[in-house]
Design a protein around this ligand. Sequence first.
Ligand code: ATP
Length: 357
Amino acid sequence: MRILNEPVLIVKDLRTYFDIAEGTVKAVNGVSFELNMNEALGVVGETGSGKSVTMKSVMGMIRKPGYIPEGSQILFKTNEFSKDGSKEYINLAKLSTKAFTRIRGKHIGMVFQDPMASLNPMYTVADQMIETIVYHQNVSLEEARERAIELLTKVGLPNAKERIDDYPFQFSGGQRQRIIIAISLSCNPEVLIADEPTTALDVTIQAQILELMKDLQRDFETAMVYITHDLSVVAEIADKVMVMYGGTQMEMADVYTIFDNPMHPYTHALLSCIPRHDLKKDELEPIKGQPPIMLNPPPLCPFLPRCPRATERCKKEWPELQEVEKGHLLRCFNPVLNKKGKKVNDGVEMGKLEDDK
Ligand SMILES: Nc1ncnc2c1ncn2[C@@H]1O[C@H](COP(=O)(O)OP(=O)(O)OP(=O)(O)O)[C@@H](O)[C@H]1O
């Protein structure tokens, strides 16, 4: 039985750096969020904004010269290491590579963009699925095979009983991604992380896979993090949304607030790049300027060079993440307020109301 309204994952001020010859790449530079069981978080941002490195950090997949500096916390609630079976928060940022093998795959499932890269071409689907199930769960080979067939049927693979003994190359791209989803759910993980899982697929297949993931997330009561650069996908799948730019979390709120009352100038810019039925075509605007380089960045908002609302303060200080109302996090000295003049907590320097202009 899963407790749905308590956080399974709490990330506090996550930073992930890569020390290279030229200096330090601050790939992730200040990300905080909580994820409850059965909640879907959409992580959105332009290419290079740090979405994948954030989730690779959660999955213990950062290798040298990458590292998570002191002060970052990735708290995951699990009974995997407790002696009496009770659940406790462990800090994944401090977990050894060896201990991580007990978490990854079993408690945190993963689906990546390219299913072929996640499957071994030399082994049948049965070999690969059964291996995962037997490794993480105390079941016989026969039981594992039955569970694998059941899962493949659930993810919509036709003739799963016969096809389980086929090799990855004998399936289409969409079918391979279904197999990966089945493998990732095979241990009934508490958290499922999907990194652009539909990008490599045809548009019609993309929609089917998205629908499938949404249904499975509900059926399995799994928390999900869904990484995408596509806001329309976020609107489909997410309960709450984190907007990233230059390795930094700019804003986070429930999906309705992000689309209807966004406060960060970058969120506004992102939204004005996508076609919306409530906007005329000529209101679509590309974001002017270039994405930031994260090598030795100054301690300032990374959006500063492109921000139409930058103030003198933005050129001097690092904006901390603030909770402007329950569940709505914002990192900005001069947010865009909505036309109704929504109130924000003290401590946030406000911009002029658009209606005041
Ligand atoms: N091993 C590495 N060494 C140095 N820099 C790295 C390394 N891996 C990632 N980076 C840098 O980290 C930054 C964030 O990359 P990341 O892949 O997380 O972006 P993203 O938002 O997922 O982009 P995309 O949508 O293109 O996948 C990029 O500037 C990238 O060059």
